[in-house]
Structures are given as C-alpha cells and as structure tokens.
Design a protein around this ligand. Structure first.
Ligand code: CS2
Length: 500
C-alpha cells in the first residue's frame, strides 16, 4: 500500500520528516569535510559515518564531515541518488526483537566520482582541510599478491596508473598524487585509515602504498614512510545489501522516501590504534575504542566472524540456503559452525584483553540469528576469492603448522570448488557468482573430474598449500565424496560426529 503522505528525504524536508525519525541536530551548512572516504557503500554508511555523525551531534565539532569518493563507474548510481538527497540517507537499525530505529545521517557533505574528474579528487585529498583519508575498498582492493607477498604490479590498472599518474584508477594513485602535493607544499600529511577486514589493515595499506610509490618516486616514498600514519583497526557491523523491501518499508510504513537507505544490526564495534598524522575526531566519546595494539581484536573478529560468514555462505549456497539467519537456525549448520570456531579457530587466537572468547562466540551466534537482518549468502559470497584467502587460509595454514584441526575448513574449500565448478547448488539451481576471478575459478575447478586436486593450483588464493600432505589427503577425500554423492550435509554431519 502506498503511503499518500510520503516525504522525500532532502535538506529542505529535514524539519518535517515523519515522527520517530531522528535527524541531525547540527547545522549542516557549517560542516566542513575533515575526512575523505573512498568506497562509500553500505558498510561505510552504517559504521564510520554513523560514528562520525554521532560525534558531531554530541560534540558540536563540525569539522568532521565526510566527502565520499567513488573510484568506479559502478559508484555513479549511489552518487546520483545521494546527491538528489543532499547527501542524506536513512540508517535503519533492526533489532532481533523487531524493534526498528530510523535515523537520518547528515555527515556526508559531497560525493566525487574519480572517473568524472580525477584532479578534483586529488585536490580534495590534498586540501589542508582533509585530516583523514579513510578506505573501504574491499579485501581485494589492496592489490596484494600472496605468492610474491608484495604489490601486484602486473594488474592492468596498475600498469595504467603508472603510465597516467594524473588520472589513476586505483586508490594508490590518488594517495600518491595527493600526498605529493602536500609534501611539495611543506604541509602535514593526512592519516590513511583503512576500514577493511584485513589483519593489520593499516600496515597492509602502508606496505602496498610504499611499494607502489617506490616504483617512481623514492623521495616521496621516504616521506610517506616517515610522516604518514596508517592506524590498524578492527571494524564491525553486519550490514546486508539494501533491498527494494527496505525502501518500501520506509516509504509505506514510515512515510519517508529514501532511494538508498542502509539497514544494519544494532551491534557496532571499532577498535583503532591511536596513531594519527594530524588531528582526529574523538570517536571514543561515541563508543569507539582506541588501543595501542589492535592485533588480538582484529584476528579474533576476522577469523571468527568473517570466516564464520564464509563457512555458512559457501556451505549454505550449495545446500540451497539463502540467508545467514536461516542457515544458522539449522541445527547442523549451527553445530558445524561452532565446531569450526571452537576447534579450528579458538586454539590459534591470542588472549584478547577485556573479551571472553566463549561469550564473544555466543554473541556472534545471536547476531547471525537476527531474523530481521536478512543477510543474503550471495552478499557473503561476493569476491570469495579474496575472502577465502584472507579469512580462511591463514587459519588453515596456522593449524597445519602446529598440528591443529583442519577438517571443517577443508570441507569448505572442497565445497567452494564444487560451487565454482558447477555454478549451481546441489539441486542444480544456478548460483549468481560475483568474483573478479570468476572465470579462472570456474576453469580451474572444472578440471576436478580429471584431477581432484586441480582447484588447488590457484596460487593467488591457496599459496602452496598443495604441498602439505595432511591437507591434500583430507581435501581429496572430501572432494571425491562430494562429487560422488552430492550430499554436503552428510559430510558436515560426519565431521560433527567425529568430533563427538
Ligand atoms: C562479511 C562482512 O561479506 C563478508 O565477508 O563477513 O561484510 C561482515 O558482515 C562485516 O565485516 C561485519 O562487520
């Protein structure tokens, strides 16, 4: 049913929005953009932007607006919708008990598309007002090559950027060009703040940027190494992809027309190393935590939450599940996931200050079970090639090195081979696979019938794990059974039974 009184979300309408929708209490016309953010998707809008909006509301310090930047043509839709809404959007927080909070976030001040005007993006980042350049560019966006343990200079976009530094395609070109302007002008650099799910995400950004810049400007690389801070951080808030139903809910039940709202869970966490090149918002006043060393927190989060998502996502996809909450409601999936966490991940985690791991895992199960967060397995399986490499492989390798358990993760890799080979679930229904490596995954996995170990040739994901006999034996056993019987649940059950 269409609500006749639906109000369009924009600056002029902020004062007359429906009751119950929280709006920014600060004067948006006075906000300046201390932050440039690259990669404005759902997660940035539910997480860093939420904290920053909250901070500006509570502190009245309006120098922390966020100028969004999109590096891909695919960002145009988000840019044009947000522009029409004066860069306002609604954050719909859905609690497990059905309670819903709608809040309009006001801290985005602009949204630039690099493909329209690369120089404008470089100038914005170089401007003195910018104190922080933050990133959500996905795990694959760091251009890391696990085989060489370095920057992938073969990537066609890197080849392009080295030849055309004035109109780069990748983030590193923008960071290099804008930092060079700062350096040449004798100004302080900005902080580079990664918000991606990579362990030591700050160190990774630094290492990749220094490798890239070192290729053409040693002085600049040296200056960056000395002057620029790249705090590591653990970021967390489950943010499913926005659906037409989310927009219809706002329009019909709340009376607010927002063409790209964000839906998320109530849980939120951000643990950041307190090392910045210049000033920063006091995000700790609104719940973020600053620590000297984020290592145990990020390892815990990535290896349990993100890896747990990938376990459910890959096994669930071939077993015709559709969302995380429905998969985790199934007793077998629940038991399997807990077994993976308890027997393969927990033993390799370090003690985490202030956090009891068994409680953390219980909370993860509650979060995954939230029936109002319909987190689709297709979102979870987006770019699985970098997720498997980042979330699962390190755990497998650490367990191989110290004689730890490997059964649960090995079956997930076998299932991912089947998924990539058949591009269908076990009922034969097609799966929509979105992965930069999709063709390569498919071609390699399709060789499994002749060579059960074929999939492991993908070194950029699996490194040299094919030379580890204990893994190879287990993998081969799982692959053969899966291809012979096509019954993933029996294999999961067997692993659970064996664990007792
Ligand atoms: C998910 C993450 O897509 C994924 O891999 O595990 O997007 C996850 O929802 C967030 O990291 C939660 O903080």
């Amino acid at each position: 049913m269409t609500n006749q009184n639906t109000i369009l979300l924009n600056q002029a309408n902020l004062a007359v929005l429906p009751e119950g929708v929280t709006v920014p209490n600060y004067d948006r016309s006075a906000v300046t953009a201390g932050i440039v953010h690259i990669g404005v998707g759902g997660f940035h809008r539910s997480h860093e932007a939420f904290y920053t909006d909250d901070y500006m509301q509570q502190s009245g310090d309006l120098s922390w607006g966020i100028c969004g930047v999109g590096l891909r043509e695919g960002d145009r839709k988000m840019q044009s919708i947000l522009k029409e809404q004066d860069f306002l959007y609604t954050l719909t927080v859905k609690h497990p008990n059905g309670q819903v909070e709608n809040r309009v976030i006001g801290c985005l001040t602009d949204f630039l598309l690099s493909c329209d005007d690369p120089q404008k993006v470089i100038d914005k980042m170089a401007s003195e007002e910018t104190k922080i350049v933050s990133l959500t560019i996905t795990e694959g966006g760091y251009n890391f090559n696990p085989v060489t343990d370095g920057f992938d200079f073969e990537h066609p976009d890197v080849v392009h950027d080295l030849a055309h530094p004035e109109s780069p395609r990748l983030v590193f070109g923008y960071l290099a060009a804008s930092l060079k302007i700062r350096k040449d002008a004798g100004k302080k650099p900005f902080t580079v703040q990664s918000c991606d799910n990579i362990q030591h995400n700050g160190n990774m950004t630094r290492k990749m940027l220094l490798a890239y810049v070192g290729k053409f400007d040693q002085d600049l690389a040296q200056w960056i190494a000395n002057e620029v801070q790249f705090p590591n951080a653990m970021v967390d808030r489950i943010t499913p992809a926005t659906t037409p139903a989310d927009m219809a809910y706002l329009a019909d039940e709340v009376g607010l027309q927002d063409n790209w709202p964000v839906v998320c869970e109530p849980f939120i966490q951000w643990i950041i190393e307190d090392k910045f090149s210049d000033t920063r918002p006091f995000w700790e006043q609104v719940g973020a935590q600053f620590v000297a060393d984020v290592t145990p927190y990020e390892k815990m989060k990535i290896r349990l939450l993100n890896a747990g998502h990938s376990v459910l996502g890959i096994l669930g996809s071939i077993d015709v599940q559709e969302t995380i909450d429905s998969a985790v409601q199934e007793p077998l999936f629940r038991r399997y996931l807990r077994l993976f966490m308890d027997s393969e991940v927990t033993p390799i985690l370090d003690p985490v200050p202030g956090i009891e791991l068994s409680e953390y895992k219980d909370v993860l199960f509650e979060r995954f079970s939230n029936p109002n967060i319909k987190d689709s397995l297709s979102r979870i399986c987006l770019e699985s090639s970098s997720k498997v490499a980042t979330f699962l492989m390190p755990t497998l390798l650490e367990n191989l090195a110290k004689q730890g358990k490997i059964e649960c993760v090995t079956l997930v890799i076998a299932a991912w081979c089947y998924y990539s080979d058949k591009r269908a679930n076990l009922r034969g229904e097609p799966l929509d696979i979105n992965d930069v490596m999709a063709d390569e995954l498919h071609k390699t996995a399709a060789l499994t019938a002749q060579n059960p170990l074929a999939f492991l040739q993908l070194e950029s994901v699996f490194g040299d794990v094919k030379s580890q006999p204990r893994f190879v034996t287990e993998y081969q056993k799982q692959i053969k059974t899966l291809y012979a019987h096509g019954d993933i649940k029996s294999q999961m059950q067997e692993i659970v039974n064996q664990a007792g």
